[in-house]
Design a binder for this molecule. Structure first.
Ligand code: TUI
Length: 309
């Protein structure tokens, strides 16, 4: 039997929150941890001093375990990697790259390290490097995505490694969580559902756009640049996709999206901003507290699986 995620992280329910850029700040992370899950601060492109203050802010609200997501494409990734080690945050997740060069520092600081992997090859390499678990994130997710779906990635990664696998991408209710466990997952990472929560600080327009989204309302931009991003369809995605079809270069495309996630999340510009969200947005239609979300999902999953977490 694999170690359970509850034991690994010291939490009540095997549910972690996605490290969403701009969205996953200390209010959301603390609320998820207080509710018995693992809250995650999304360091995204923030400088190290900002991340340190956010870590301290979580600790002022709760003494429960939490984590920091280090986005490896960030220009500040190395200094953020150092700060999370100094602060001895309980868990570090990584996204959008290979965290290999930071592993020694993190493990020496006693941190549980959990990278997102987008293939079995990456999962095996990460296991050999000594990580504690992996997150198998399917392309149903919002934001930066790999190629495989959750349905195909999770069982293949679960077969490829002996460490716990956390499923992500397309999970927002008990059916999704139960399905992930049937595929071999030991836990789930949830993003979009927590974005539509009362504790989430994102603009009401952003939450409303998620609640109004239909099943086929997301689009993937950036396939041509090698950085595919899933977000909800709007004027920005239409213009972006048209330019990509016309063969526009990286710089022209970049101009459309510089600062655009912040514009949507903080200022509420859901027309020209980037509204990153997963495909499961179509199933989300109300704002709930993080505690209600975790209770709803885990109670239903326990019933379907015929076991308690
Ligand atoms: O990282 C995410 N989701 C994100 S990051 C982000 S911020 C951003 N903004 C603009 C461009 C790029 C990112 C928004 N959403 N999810 C985790 C994730 N990681 N998905 C896919 C991967 C991944 C991709 C390649 C993990 C490892 C990997 O390996 C490459 C390598 O070098 O081995």
């Amino acid at each position: 039997m694999q170690a359970t995620i509850k034991e690994l992280f010291g939490i009540e329910y095997p549910v972690m929150q996605g490290g969403m850029a701009w969205v996953a700040e200390h209010h959301l992370a603390a609320a998820v941890s207080k509710a018995g899950g693992l809250g995650i601060l999304g360091a995204a492109n923030a400088p190290a001093d900002v991340v340190r203050k956010e870590i301290q802010a979580v600790r002022e609200i709760t003494d429960r375990p939490f984590g920091v997501n280090v986005m490896l494409l960030s220009p500040y990734a190395a200094e953020v990697a150092q700060v999370v080690a100094e602060e001895k945050v309980p868990v570090v997740t990584t996204g959008a790259g290979n965290p290999g060069k930071f592993l020694k520092t993190w493990k020496e600081a006693g941190i549980k390290v959990v990278p997102v992997v987008a293939s079995t090859a990456q999962a095996k390499m990460m296991q050999r490097s000594g990580v504690d678990a992996v997150i198998a994130e399917g392309c149903e997710s919002g934001g930066h995505i790999g190629q495989s779906t959750t349905m195909t990635l999770v069982p293949q990664v679960a077969d490829a490694v002996d460490i716990p696998v956390i499923a992500a991408g397309g999970i927002a209710d008990g059916r999704g969580m139960a399905a992930a466990f049937m595929l071999g997952a030991a836990g789930v990472q949830i993003g979009t559902r927590f974005c539509a929560s009362t504790e989430c600080i994102c603009h009401d327009n952003y939450k409303e756009r998620i609640c109004k989204a239909k099943d086929i309302d997301s689009a993937v931009t950036g396939q041509s640049t090698g950085h595919p991003i899933r977000s909800l369809r709007n004027q920005m995605t239409r213009t972006y996709l048209k330019l990509e079809e016309e063969g526009a270069g990286f710089e022209e495309l970049e101009k459309l999206t510089v600062g655009s996630l912040r514009n949507a999340v903080i200022d509420g510009d859901v027309t020209n901003g980037t509204v990153m969200a997963g495909q499961i947005a179509g199933m989300i239609s109300d704002i709930k507290s993080c505690e209600e979300i975790i209770k709803m999902i885990t109670t239903e999953a326990e019933r379907l699986l015929g076991r308690t977490f």
